[in-house]
Design a protein around this ligand. Structure first.
Ligand SMILES: *Cc1c(COP(=O)(O)O)cnc(C)c1O
Length: 440
């Protein structure tokens, strides 16, 4: 799709973003530091943001947007929440990093351990990618096995052995999904379809004694929102237990978003290890992974599994995370987010029912997704038709014109924050009604 920085309509409407994008493209590959930001899936010029406040974003050309991305879920309180800013200011006055332990690490670790049933210990890192990478190394060390299993449609960051696409046909051998990843690195990764009990049982029957861990987003939110049947996740829990493999819940999105105890609490399923990111950093770079002491103690310096980080447990980031979780706890955050989500469903459903083509609303708490799949909302990583992808691109720009910022890809979920109000949801519904009419 068109993505020319010289696109004339964009130049007129977004002169400063266009200029920054041109400069960025000279010195940063593709002009961005994370691919989805480049608007390749929807066309046009990525917007350069100058300010975030509550539920709003302002771009460098002075346009203001109602934001449903929230920095990909990190900003559960909205942008620049005063309590988070105050915590960051106070912490940073004492220095931004020590490379030595600080009290805030202990406090945030205690918060996580108290909140999430499967945790006795956690270790902090600086991103979700690192959290997953380290949890997998730990799982391999603990079990003494090599194989890991992931599901097609789940994203776990960009570690080599997880950049894997499903093989063709019945083969579950993963093939590298990125250049630069040797086949040998993915030879120990198996890929399964979501929602398929038989494929799961088949793999365990065949290779169960070699599997170190199965990793899954319990509420898969990186290929749209692929809500799983509870029985499928229970099957997964019992298969891993029976074969001595660890179950890793990647709660980088769902952790502290769907409930205080994450998706694990909602589903009533306890993983062996869990990974976190996004919300727990309150908008600062933080990841974490954790589990029971008997597994976590394999980590250096107690154990033989190496893992480290110069900025891990950073005092400013810990303060932002603590302030965020504190507020969620004291202001009934999860209850309010669920009620906002229910309101959103009531506001959008009648609009989508009138759409000139099929759009299905999928929601879990404060996560929602408008699935453009003509055959209905999928539970597995079904690709969009070209026609549906084009429709999303057109809708994205129509919404942008009406002051609503959606994720620039049909495969990305949208996020509500505590900053959103009922009036915002009405505004979203109205913009959607007008946009769909304009497209129809
Ligand atoms: C965002 C995400 C990651 C990667 O986190 P980064 O901080 O981007 O490295 C891993 N797993 C899931 C489920 C995610 O949504």
């Amino acid at each position: 799709m068109a993505n020319s920085a010289n696109d004339s309509a964009a130049t007129r409407r977004f002169p400063r973003s266009t200029e920054l994008y041109e400069r960025a493209c000279r010195v940063i590959p593709g002009g961005v530091n994370s691919p989805v930001r480049a608007f390749r899936a929807v066309g046009g010029t990525p917007l350069f943001i100058t300010r975030g406040s509550g539920q709003h974003l302002t771009d460098v050309d002075g346009h203001s947007y109602l934001d449903f991305v929230g920095s990909w879920g990190a900003l559960i309180l909205g942008h620049a929440h005063p309590a988070v800013l105050a915590a960051i200011e106070e912490a940073s006055r004492n220095g931004t990093t020590f490379g030595a332990p600080c009290a805030a690490e202990v406090q945030l670790a205690e918060r996580l351990v108290d909140s999430y049933a499967a945790l006795e210990q956690v270790r902090f890192v600086s991103s979700g990618t690192e959290a997953v990478m380290s949890a997998i190394r730990l799982a391999r060390a603990f079990t003494g096995r090599d194989l890991i299993v992931k599901f097609s449609g789940c994203y776990h960051g960009h570690a080599d052995h997880l950049l894997v696409a499903a093989g063709s046909g019945l083969a579950t051998f993963g093939r590298p999904s990125s250049a630069g990843v040797p086949e040998a690195f993915t030879a120990c990764t198996r890929v399964l379809p979501l929602d398929d009990d038989a494929a799961l049982q088949g793999l365990f029957a065949h290779e169960g004694e070699r599997i170190a861990a199965v990793i899954i987003e319990p509420v898969p939110a990186n290929h749209g929102l692929l809500l799983q049947r509870r029985e499928f996740l229970h099957t997964l829990r019992s298969a891993t237990s029976r074969h001595g493999a660890l179950l890793i819940f990647d709660e980088v999105i769902s952790g502290f978003r769907l409930a205080r105890g994450g998706a694990a609490e909602l589903l009533g399923i306890s993983p062996d290890l869990a990974t976190f990111g996004k919300v727990i950093g309150g908008g600062m770079p933080v990841g974490a992974f954790g589990g029971p002491r008997r597994i976590m103690s394999r980590l250096a310096p107690d154990g033989d599994t190496y893992q480290a980080g110069t900025l891990s447990g950073n005092p400013v980031a810990m303060a932002a995370g603590l302030a965020t979780i504190e507020l969620l706890v004291t202001q009934s955050g999860w209850q309010r987010l669920e009620s906002l989500g229910a309101q959103l469903e009531r506001a959008l459903s009648p609009v989508l029912a009138q759409a000139p083509f099929p759009i299905h609303l999928v929601r879990a708490g404060s996560l929602f997704w408008m699935a453009f799949h003509e055959a209905g909302a999928p539970r597995t990583s079904v690709p969009l038709t070209e026609r549906a992808a084009k429709r999303f691109g057109a809708l994205f720009h129509a919404m942008l014109e009406r002051g609503v910022y959606l994720p620039p890809s049909a495969y990305e979920a949208c996020f509500l924050s505590l900053a959103h109000t009922s009036a915002d949801l009405q505004q979203l519904a109205q913009a959607l009604r007008e946009s769909l009419a304009a497209l129809g």
